[in-house]
Write a protein that binds this ligand. Structure first.
Ligand SMILES: Cc1cc2nc3c(=O)[nH]c(=O)nc-3n(C[C@H](O)[C@H](O)[C@H](O)COP(=O)(O)OP(=O)(O)OC[C@H]3O[C@@H](n4cnc5c(N)ncnc54)[C@H](O)[C@@H]3O)c2cc1C
Length: 485
């Protein structure tokens, strides 16, 4: 079997990447070891930037009609009792959106399958070879392979790529459970994350009602490392933790799903190894606090997808593929840093110095400018790459007498030249790679060139510098006798 790009892993990262490549007309195959999709949602909601990214391709609306209630408040930093407010970032989604990870994965996979993309389940990749001609995973050959196979990435191990960082110092359990009986300490509605954190009798517990009679319970011991990741989670240990934190009247019904997680923080040093790229948890892992893992993976995929497509289709300017590493590595490094800091602040022991740091952070988060800084960081809305402008805001526009939005103009997955200054312009030889729209907005803005991943590559009104930006991101002009495929 042959595909231009082999994607290993059908988690959110792999599925988003396959979706982007398919949109660009690049043949792709997804290899997934599990026969069935996992039903447990690790992430219960999506960060604002993930919602925006999905919206840029028209993938958000079909998911919005079944969102979970968001709870009274928005996001949090380190479980502190101050709502993170993303409104200053001018987004249509100023709070986490209640779309569980499993629902996002199911939708993306269904879309791919309906477009005829092979998502081959029950296909565990156990060998990867590459040479100057291409790359091979089992019986599948391709020009490139992207390892989206999660934190324990087989591809990473097969290629001997190091995963440096910090060992886990905590072993915790996440379990989806039902309750046979409950005390008054068990919350019956979703509240701000900070209100779900409790500790008692040597345990910490976070118990959140999810859907129907299901609760998500996360727990661990306040001291000591706890069992290793591979140790099966037993109903007895869930029961013990539940009763320790929520009282002896609280009895476990069933454990539907359970696994262990840790606060290990690791990152691949180079996101590219020849024809192989690393994305999502295969490239970086961290304590799952603040809901940033899916956000990182989806945006790794969104950053890499159009660049790989441009390379396969033959119009990529020199060095375009290398910008995947230079742009995305620092973003994940920053998430590793903030999750490590959150892990310290979240420490439920409340002892001495940590309690003082918590109180100081609470005061800081109440200052609008500090709250804006942290909300931009946690939501991913503040991401800005070297030499580029910020993300393009999803402005309301009028084009050809009709109401539209930036996010309705980006669904082709191509670049977008948005003329907002009324000056006539032609996109000329780039018309096969960049859409050109003349529009009006209530705001006084220059013309902008937006990359397929929604970042501003250029803004202004000077045609010479526009041409430089077009060449930089979309390759040279195509000569009349040349063609791209
Ligand atoms: C307890 C917990 C809570 C979390 N909460 C949140 C949250 O609230 N918000 C958030 O954003 N993130 C959260 N995360 C993190 C988030 O779930 C991950 O960051 C996300 O799943 C990463 O997506 P991925 O596609 O990169 O990897 P994964 O989701 O791990 O997908 C990897 C896929 O590759 C497949 N695979 C593995 N090896 C092979 C192989 N050899 N061959 C073929 N296929 C293979 C796997 O079966 C899997 O389907 C949480 C994580 C945990 C553990």
């Amino acid at each position: 079997m042959r595909a231009e790009v082999i994607v290993v892993g059908a988690g959110p990262t792999g599925l988003m990447l396959a979706s982007e490549l398919t949109l660009a007309g690049v043949p792709v195959v997804v290899l997934e070891k599990e026969l069935m999709r996992r039903s447990q949602s690790r992430a219960e909601s999506l960060q604002p930037r993930t919602a925006e990214v999905l919206d840029l391709r028209g993938l958000l609306d079909p998911l919005l009609d079944r969102t979970l209630p968001r709870g009274e408040f928005g996001g949090h930093f380190a479980g502190l009792p101050v709502e993170l407010d993303c409104r200053p970032w001018r987004t249509r989604h100023p709070y986490p959106v209640g779309i569980p990870q499993a629902r996002l994965e199911a939708y993306l996979e269904k879309q791919l399958v309906s477009q005829g993309v092979p998502v081959l389940r029950g296909n565990e990749v156990s060998a990867v070879d590459q040479d100057d001609e291409g790359v091979r995973a089992g019986k599948v050959r391709g020009s490139y392979l992207v390892a989206c196979d999660g934190g324990h990435s087989t591809v990473r191990k097969l290629l001997g790529v190091p995963f440096p960082g910090q060992e886990g110092r905590l072993s915790a359990v996440v379990a989806d459970i039902t309750l046979a009986s409950r005390s008054a300490a068990v919350p019956d509605t979703r509240r701000h994350f900070s209100q779900h954190i409790k500790s008692a009798a040597g345990y910490f517990g976070i118990l959140i009602p999810i859907e129907g009679d299901l609760y998500r319970l996360m727990f661990g011991k306040l001291s000591g490392m706890g069992p290793g990741r591979e140790a099966p989670v037993t109903a007895a240990e869930v029961s013990e933790a539940l009763r320790a934190v929520y009282g002896s009247e609280t009895h476990l019904g069933q454990v539907r799903e359970a696994s262990r997680f840790s606060d290990a923080a690791r990152q691949v040093e180079q996101y590219r190894e020849g024809r192989v790229f690393f994305a999502g948890d295969a490239a970086h892992i961290h304590l799952p606090i603040g809901g940033q893992g899916v956000n990182l993976g989806i945006q790794d995929a969104f950053n890499l997808g159009w660049k790989l497509a441009a390379t396969v289709r033959g119009w990529a300017p020199d060095g375009l593929l290398d910008t995947y590493h230079t742009e995305r590595h620092p973003v994940a490094a920053r998430v590793l840093r903030n999750t490590r800091a959150q892990g310290v602040i979240l420490n439920p022991s409340q002892e001495g110095n940590i309690a003082a740091v918590r109180d100081m952070f609470i005061d800081l988060l109440r200052l609008p400018e500090a709250n804006r800084f942290i909300s931009g960081m946690i939501s991913g809305l503040d991401v800005q790459y070297p030499g580029l402008g910020p993300r393009m805001i999803d402005l309301d526009l009028t084009a050809q007498g009709r109401q539209t939005r930036v996010s309705w103009l980006t669904r082709s997955g191509r670049g977008l030249l948005l003329s907002l200054d009324g000056k006539p312009r032609s996109i000329g030889s780039w018309a096969d790679r960049v859409d050109h729209v003349t529009a009006k907005t209530d705001e006084k803005l220059d013309t902008v060139l937006v990359r397929p991943d929604g970042y501003i590559a250029w803004s202004g009104s000077d045609d010479a510098s526009l041409e430089t930006a077009l060449v930089r991101w979309f390759g040279p002009r195509i000569q009349p006798n040349q063609s791209i495929h």
